[in-house]
Design a protein around this ligand. Structure first.
Ligand code: GUN
Length: 308
């Protein structure tokens, strides 16, 4: 039996970075400074540290200044809210984009901290104003992983209109925004052709009764549950596009939610972990950061945003 086509997120992210590098250079020449991203990193979770490092390195590659602000694990909700507010007030070296790396320690009220990020600098797209705009079909900052999944489908020429997309996972970060994107009328990432939407979308979660029955009906199956090996070959319709958003550490290795070796023999397309959605999440963050910088300076109105 033939194997699935590999959805190579690294290759696509490199391509996106190349075009962003040129746009960032234009911005920097016109405005006299680079776009600037400030990342708040709380505590010392190795996974968070490595994601933040990847974000900062990618920013540097395209000419965006990225500053990481490390914060002690013991910081309170009030400390973090004040820190974000202080970063937002800074005028001499303004932050175009502000990102608080998740997860925050369990004692911290993450919602309060994320809500402190001004919505026009919220490059993660987590603020309720940005979530609301997306739900109304007029997105400003689209959460990076959801945008990355949609971009991956578009790039591979995978039709979504009229197809059945099943998303396993209902998080605010991935499942919910991706469901909105895939179901939107003639949706597009800002600046992309009106493709990547018009799907019939099912959201599954831990209380779904017949998960395998649902996933087997999927033309496009997105696994974003955070459970290694959750999606097995018998849960996949032959020829389906399977996108793996899982980032689980098992014995020190990064693995997805999909049993890759078995599923690749059934699926039509499959994204690997690592090297699938992850690099695209980072590329979309860079794209959102440039968009934020341009919006701040009035170089772009967000309804007319034309960003990949
Ligand atoms: N942790 C895991 N994914 C993400 C993300 O997309 N943004 C932030 N801020 N933290 C994360």
């Amino acid at each position: 039996m033939s194997e699935a086509v590999l959805l190579d997120g690294r290759r696509l992210a490199t391509h996106i970075e190349e075009s962003l590098r040129a746009e960032v250079a234009t911005f920097t020449t016109m405005v006299g400074r680079r776009p600037r991203l400030v990342v708040v990193l709380v505590g010392d979770l190795p996974a968070s540290a490595s994601y933040v490092k990847a974000k900062a390195q990618a920013a540097a590659r395209v000419g965006i200044d990225a500053v990481v602000v490390p914060v002690a694990e013991t910081a309170s909700t009030a400390d973090l809210v004040q820190l974000v507010e202080r970063i937002a007030r800074e005028e001499s070296d303004p932050a175009d984009g502000i990102l608080v790396q998740l997860p925050l320690p369990a004692r911290v009220d993450a919602t309060a901290v994320l809500d402190a990020v001004p919505p026009d600098r919220d490059v993660d797209g987590f603020h309720p104003e940005n979530a609301g705009l997306l739900s109304q079909g007029r997105p400003r900052f689209i959460p990076c992983t959801a945008a990355g999944v949609q971009r991956m489908l578009i790039d591979a020429g995978i039709e979504t209109a009229g197809r059945h997309a099943v998303i396993v996972g209902r998080s605010d970060i991935v499942g919910k925004p991706l469901a909105l994107l895939l179901a939107s009328r003639g949706t597009s990432l800002p600046g992309m052709p009106a493709i990547g939407g018009d799907a019939t979308v099912t959201i599954c979660h831990s209380r779904s009764r017949d998960l395998a029955g649902e996933t087997r009906r999927a033309d496009i199956l997105v696994a974003a549950a955070g459970r290694p090996g959750l999606i097995t070959a018998d849960m996949v319709k032959p020829g389906a596009a399977v996108v793996d958003v899982g980032t689980n550490r098992v014995d020190g290795r990064l693995v997805g939610d999909v049993a890759f070796e078995a599923v690749r023999r059934v699926a039509g397309w499959i994204s690997p972990v690592p090297g699938g959605v992850g690099p695209l999440t980072v590329a979309m963050l860079l794209s959102n950061t440039l968009l934020a910088a341009e919006l701040r300076l009035g170089r772009r109105s967000f309804s007319a945003a034309t960003r990949p």
